[in-house]
Ligand binder design. Structure first.
Ligand SMILES: Cc1ncc(C[n+]2csc(CCOP(=O)(O)OP(=O)(O)O)c2C)c(N)n1
Ligand SMILES: [Mg+2]
Length: 894
């Protein structure tokens, strides 16, 4: 692109678009001169308050001019309401644009119009913090009062608009058969985003993490991220050798770059995302939080998330509300997110607001968290740029969310080749006769004598040439992601073993540290009893360690080795089943938020950081957040626990589209641990089942680790292994509920906890004559203990019970080796307490068959298939459980 000629600076008027419409005076119908008022100060204050709070009602926001035209009924904007007359020659002492001024009333009115009723509309009446409101008034009033866009800047904006438009035209012409989620009608998003990045850099931001849906995404990659055209268009290639990734659409592609700005370099990261709209929102915030936590100066605002939303998505997807609700919480806050709504006034084929939402504006949900909303007409790029800068400054100043509602339109169909006139004929007629934003802006610059008529053609020609040359460039770098190779099977490749044992002496010392009570701390009786038990374990290595202490020990030993740990979820401080006790509350404290003691923060000098956060009652956003966190937190151990495993299905999109497939699609490596209390105890269909079968259905190519440990020691080693393993994979754990937590046979000695390792398959522990065995039970989870006592009661010591502690990767070789020990083996029974369609059986059947010696039959011993996951009756549960045991042992009813 040739250098753009620099011309003189000039002041640009942000109400320029409004000027093209009926004049403000004619639209307002102000009342004629009113009587002289008694209290001028109060009247002027009232008038200013009216504009500041309700000016948006008269603003020119819709490029298609669908704004209501009759504003005579807006009493709040009528000087007559306050006993004033618009043409009254009175001087007013006011606080305007952040400083004291004396203005004549007509001028004040003009300024108020320009500030609040032009192409920028401030919507902040809902904000309860008056300092934030005052700051916003000063900023918005400052824009129109003093904004002087230098000619250089204006021409730069023109160039950005032309580049955005050129990209869309080129893409359509070059790849007519590809879907195109065109930005046309909202091209000013490019200068807007570019301005936000520049302002962020100016404010000291070092990293921006961006989440964005399909529309305009490639354009942003090209024109904000400066991704070379050659690389970008390699995403379109159908050639397997050139395609970026075989598992996802080009419109989901993300990348990170270092961008140069006038205030130094800044890291830009665009997160990959799936089609599921808004699911990326909490993921991006989690990524940002992890980056913030790694900043040594602890200044979280140096990392800024930006979320671009569609208008239909923002108002309708629950993920938005969940993410907004996280924004100021201690565990999930990110010092404010800049939200940009790419509001093209349509979602797919839905354009009537009454069909899309129940709020007036698509942005209204943000009012709930007191976030300011600034609407801006996308046909006024200068206003868009000014708003981007203002919003970024707000985020940096207050550390809170802010929303920019960028109101444009959609010039074409939803994905390019669909005909929008089929559903929006009237809207399309308006659009067809509507000048492009490039044209509008170029005309404006000519009108302001900032450029000549020929400049636009020159800029356009240069942009086209740059696009063609860039695409043809001889660059070897293609867009790639590191995608695991397919092995077509369900077994995963072997992973390097890790040592999870801890010297006994070290564990004993840790137990003492865990049991140490701060002076003057009033303990809860339950905790006092627990730490008495712990102290006795510390001096007698053969005493049983329960699941609570085993988990504490796993984290404590990792922390002592310098690992950081982050644990979050509902009730995680105490644990749903009183099974954790990581956070102790001083029983004499005046408030429940102070005087807390977290023993895991007092393990060793220089230990890793232990964060524990009770989460809001959200699963989808919180799991998405924690997943995002794992992508940027290095080797920290990140654990999310569901209150009951059943509720994890609220996070199904995150599980399917990110946790299970993120590595394949995008090369995302996550070591997230998901703890899901699971087990049938007669507690009903919503408190029993963590959908083990669904997780196993997702398993392929070694994408996940799925485990159901049956002893405290196994749980301890499993957690340690997850942190220590080099290869990062998400770990899904079916964890105990009340029954197993209280079941002493599932406890382990401290010696076992210290010495052992996690074993994917636990073999028969009893002394069994292998030569006499004809039937073996393979099982997983707590039903093992029912089988054990059933076997004793039935007097069938020759039926070994093997436990699959890790269901995926399936320990096929270990199981096959173990089964070969029994030369007369005829039957293997798979025993599960879940219904046939819910547990591991549908997945394991094929795996088990593959591990059987020749001539051995496989049987199913479990509950019959059922639509609800579990029974809700303790007595019936026992009857069913008994039937599972009987059938597993091969006892036929008399
Ligand atoms: C959760 C989800 N539901 C449905 C879709 C299908 N879909 C893709 S784009 C779209 C319209 C989105 O409208 P809007 O948020 O306004 O974005 P726009 O396409 O107008 O930019 C729909 C329904 C999806 N991708 N994700
Ligand atoms: Mg839309």
């Amino acid at each position: 692109m040739p250098a753009i000629k620099t011309v003189k600076s000039a002041t640009l008027d942000f109400s320029s678009v409004a000027k093209l419409q009926p004049s403000i005076q004619s639209r307002t119908n102000f009342a004629p001169a009113a009587k002289v008022h008694a209290d001028l100060t109060a009247a002027v204050k009232g008038l200013m308050g009216g504009y500041r709070l309700d000016g948006w009602r008269m603003a020119s926001l819709d490029p298609l001019h669908n704004d209501p035209s009759d504003h005579s009924s807006i009493a709040e904007l009528d000087p007559g309401t306050y006993g004033l007359s618009a043409d009254e020659s009175i001087s007013c002492s006011v606080d305007f644009a952040g400083s004291a001024k004396v203005l004549m009333l007509p001028e004040l009115l003009n300024r108020l119009h320009a500030s609040y009723c032009g192409t920028i509309a401030l919507d902040c009446a809902h904000i309860r913090a008056s300092d934030q409101q005052r700051w916003l008034y000063a900023q918005v009033e400052g824009i129109s009062a003093s904004a002087a866009l230098a000619a250089d800047d204006a021409l730069r904006v023109l160039e950005q608009l032309v580049l955005a438009e050129t990209f869309e035209h080129y893409q359509r012409a070059t790849y007519p058969r590809h879907k195109q989620f065109s930005l046309e009608g909202s091209e000013s998003l490019v200068p807007l985003l570019a301005a936000a990045v520049e302002e962020a850099a100016h404010q000291g931001v070092e990293d921006i993490v961006l989440g964005m849906p399909h529309r305009g995404r490639l354009n942003v990659l090209k024109n904000v991220f400066d991704l070379p055209a050659k690389q970008l268009f390699s995403l379109f290639s159908g050639d397997p050798a050139r395609a970026a990734a075989a598992w996802d659409l080009k419109d989901h592609f993300g990348c990170s770059i270092r961008k140069h700005t006038a205030d130094g370099d800044i890291n830009l990261l665009l997160a990959h995302n799936p089609s599921h709209l808004e699911s990326v929102s909490p993921v991006v915030c989690g990524m940002a939080r992890a980056l913030q936590d790694r900043k040594t100066d602890g200044f979280s605002r140096k990392v800024m998330p930006i979320l671009v939303h569609g208008d239909a998505s923002f108002s309708a997807q629950g993920m938005v509300t969940e993410t907004l609700n996280l924004s100021q919480t201690r565990g999930y806050g990110v010092g404010g997110t800049l939200h940009l709504i790419l509001n093209n006034q349509i979602g797919s084929t839905i354009s009537h607001p009454r069909d899309a939402r129940s709020t007036r504006f698509c942005s209204d949900l943000a009012r709930a968290i007191d976030a300011p909303i600034i609407h801006v007409n996308a046909d006024d790029p200068d206003a868009a740029v000014a708003v981007a800068r203002l919003a970024t400054r707000y985020r940096m100043h207050f550390g809170a969310d802010i929303v920019v509602d960028h109101v444009g339109y959609r010039r074409h169909g939803h994905f390019g080749s669909d005909d929008p006139t089929m559903t929006q004929p009237a809207m399309q007629r308006r659009i067809r006769s509507h000048r492009t934003v490039v044209r509008i802006y170029a005309d404006k610059l000519v009108a302001y004598e900032l450029t000549s008529g020929g400049e636009l053609e020159r800029v356009k020609a240069a942009a086209s040439i740059a696009m063609i040359d860039g695409h043809a460039a001889d660059e070897t770098t293609m867009v790639t992601t590191s995608v695991p190779t397919r092995n077509n099977g369900q077994t995963a490749r072997a992973t390097k073993p890790v040592v999870t044992a801890v010297p006994l002496g070290q564990l004993q010392a840790i137990v003492h540290r865990l049991a140490a009570v701060p002076p003057g701390f009033a303990l809860h009786a339950g905790i006092r009893k627990m730490i008495e038990d712990w102290r006795s374990v510390a001096v007698d290595a053969d005493r049983p360690v329960d699941w609570c202490l085993a988990e504490n020990l796993a984290y404590a030993s990792l922390l002592a080795n310098g690992f950081n740990i982050r644990l979050s979820g509902l009730d995680v401080g105490r644990g749903s089943f009183f099974h954790r006790y990581h956070v102790w509350h001083d029983q004499d404290a005046d408030t429940d938020w102070q005087s807390l003691h977290v023993p895991l923060r007092h393990i060793a000098e220089g230990q890793g950081f232990f964060s524990i956060f009770e989460s809001p009652l959200s699963e989808e956003a919180v799991v998405g957040f924690e997943y995002g966190y794992t992508l940027q937190c290095g080797r920290d151990l990140v654990v999310w626990e569901a209150q009951f495993g059943d509720f994890v299905n609220n996070a199904q999109v995150i599980i399917d589209q990110y946790i299970a497939t993120g590595e394949h699609k995008w090369g995302y490596k996550s070591g997230l641990v998901v703890l899901l209390p699971h087990g049938h105890e007669g507690g009903g269909p919503e408190h029993s089942c963590a959908y083990l079968g669904r997780f196993l259905q997702l398993c392929a190519d070694g994408n996940l680790r799925v485990a159901m440990p049956s002893t405290a020691s196994q749980f301890h080693h499993l957690l340690r292994r997850q942190a220590l393993m080099e290869e990062r994979k998400p770990l899904i754990v079916m964890t105990p509920k009340t029954w197993l937590y209280g079941h002493k046979p599932s406890y382990s000695s401290l010696r076992d906890v210290a010495q052992g390792e996690f074993r994917p398959l636990l073999c028969e522990e009893g002394d069994i004559d292998a030569a006499a065995v004809v039937r073996v039970i393979v099982t997983s989870g707590k039903v093992y203990y029912d089988l054990l006592s059933g076997r004793t009661q039935a007097g069938l010591p020759r039926v070994p019970i093997l436990r699959l502690e890790q269901l995926y990767p399936f320990p096929a070789d270990a199981l096959a080796d173990e089964l070969r020990r029994f030369p007369r083996l005829r039957q293997v029974a798979w025993a599960q307490e879940e219904a046939r369609n819910h547990g591991a059986w549908p997945f394991l059947r094929e795996q088990l068959e593959g591990a059987l010696p020749p001539g051995v039959a496989l049987e199913y011993a479990g509950r019959p298939a059922a639509a609800p996951t579990a029974i809700c009756n303790a007595g019936l549960h026992m009857v069913e459980q008994h039937a599972v045991v009987i059938s597993a042992l091969g006892i036929t009813a008399a």
